[in-house]
Ligand binder design. Structure first.
Ligand code: FES
Length: 317
């Protein structure tokens, strides 16, 4: 854990705040690469992940952007309402599940709303390295577009196209055209709300982009329909204990009730913190973290949200 101080907190667009975080003594922070995120530990016990959006060569600060989400489960509201300039907060070291592919000859970056944070960091990095890239940034309107001035004033401004929902048809994102031809060496990166991600990812898939050239990061899980959830059992391989997981509880919740702790953070299958090995049984994957090939192996799952297709899972705990 690292203690940082908020220096400062600024409004970056309607409902979006940017927090600049530095060590209280001004010492260097651990290095990070484009696409990395940190965990922010809030006083209400909630841990949330936020992508770093400053230039990865900077070591004196981290910058994160936070959207006040009306469907917030406590994280974004606490960041907006309870954290002020000068406050000290605890964060993790940066981790990166959404890195740039070093072998890319060209990068196509797609950002939707607050999903711009890791994408902007990537654009900064690619521009600095003189790499070929194009960024498409979709938002509802200019007033809801964080970092618009920073991007317009940047050296890579002419490589960025803005697409506003309330703008005319000619400027709308045309993913089918942009992704018309899968090109060897071109890598696609997507971050944004569920519907936006689905649109870009489905378009890429329909136009036969190889999966290894398409990279994604979900920052929030889509609402899940739990109406058909059933119960199942888990068995801990170390002790042989068996627990019933009822339809309305997660594996983590049941284990916590029995003082068995699995580290967790987002509680929605986004961050991968709770990843647990499976020794027997088939999971019902509900996460956004594992790749399709990792899921198909069925040897690990995210107990914060995933369930079981078989009556019992034996876990490596
Ligand atoms: Fe984030 Fe489970 S806690 S994936």
């Amino acid at each position: 854990m690292i203690e940082v101080v908020v220096v400062p907190k600024k409004t970056a667009a309607e409902d979006i705040c940017v927090f600049e975080l530095a060590r209280p003594d001004g010492a260097a922070l651990p290095p990070f690469s484009a696409g990395a995120h940190i965990d922010v530990h809030l006083s209400n016990g909630i841990i949330r992940q936020y992508s770093l959006c400053n230039h990865p060569d900077e070591s004196h600060r981290y910058e994160i952007g936070v959207l006040k989400d009306p469907a917030s489960r406590g994280g974004s509201l606490a960041m907006h309402q309870q954290i002020s300039e000068g406050d000290r907060i605890q964060i993790s070291e940066p981790r990166n599940h959404f890195p740039l592919a070093h072998e890319a000859r060209r990068s196509l970056l797609f950002a939707g709303g607050i999903g711009v944070t890791p994408i902007l960091c990537m654009a900064e990095r690619l521009a600095h390295a003189g790499a070929e890239f194009e960024m498409h940034y979709c938002t509802r309107s200019p007033v809801r577009t964080a970092f618009i001035e920073r991007i317009q004033a940047s050296a890579f401004a002419n490589q960025v196209q803005f697409h506003f929902d309330d703008g005319d048809a000619a400027q709308k994102l045309d993913a089918a055209r942009l992704l018309a031809t899968p090109t060897p060496g071109t890598h696609v990166y997507v971050c944004g709300p569920g519907g936006f991600m689905e649109h870009v990812l489905n378009t890429a898939q329909a136009q036969n982009w190889p999966a290894e050239q398409v990279h994604r990061e979900y920052f929030a899980a889509a609402p899940v329909d739990h109406s058909s959830d059933g119960s199942f059992e888990i068995k801990l391989s170390s002790t042989g204990q068996v627990f019933e997981i009822p339809a309305d509880k997660t594996v983590i919740e049941v284990l916590e009730e029995h003082d068995i702790e699995i580290p967790f953070s987002c509680e929605s299958g986004v961050c991968g913190t709770c990843l647990t090995r499976i020794i027997e049984g088939e999971p019902d994957h509900r996460d956004y973290f594992l790749t399709e090939s990792e899921r198909a192996m069925n040897d690990q799952f995210t107990p914060c949200c995933s369930r079981a297709k078989t009556p019992r899972l034996v876990l490596d705990i």
